[in-house]
Design a protein. Structure first.
Length: 158
């Protein structure tokens, strides 16, 4: 796993910097013909967990990017709670992943593209921990375009 820290570049915000890393994970999913969603978890400016969709490879509908990154972060921290951590994910989490963030007690969730069909926000935003701070729309166009292009290429093959 590639662990890096934000060095305070003046030309980019920390949220953009870390969303770029989540996009890197999404591109890894794309290479594996998975839906290109990527996630990372940070703590005190350092990446402590990474993940991308693995549902096809693992034949597991729960193998979402967020689940991979949250589990890796908890293992890194040596505990199950991630109160001082931020989950960055290229697509608004689904209900399952938002629910998992509740149990991990993630301090903050930052996502790229809104998911108007399956995102947790359209169903019930109270599914996350009450103290979790949520920010959406970071690098939204780039995150959304990656997924749109993936599904467009799938439709063209049929």
């Amino acid at each position: 796993m590639r662990y890096i820290s934000f060095d305070g570049e003046a030309s980019i915000s920390p949220d953009e910097f870390f969303m770029n890393e989540a996009l890197r994970e999404a591109r890894e999913a794309l290479k594996e013909d998975e839906i290109p969603i990527g996630a990372i978890v940070t703590c005190k400016g350092q990446i402590i967990g990474r993940g991308h969709n693995l549902t096809e490879r693992l034949n597991d509908v729960s193998a979402h990017a967020e689940m991979q990154a949250l589990t890796a972060a908890a293992n890194y921290m040596g505990g199950k709670y991630l109160k001082d951590c931020t989950l960055y994910v290229t697509m608004e989490p689904c209900v399952m992943c938002a629910g998992a963030s509740y149990w991990f007690q993630v301090g903050r969730i930052v996502f790229g593209a809104y998911d108007t069909k399956l995102g947790f926000g359209r169903l019930n935003q109270k599914i996350t921990h009450p103290k979790t701070i949520i920010t959406g729309g970071i690098k939204e166009n780039e995150c959304a375009q990656l997924v749109r292009d993936f599904f467009k290429s799938k439709r063209q093959k049929t």
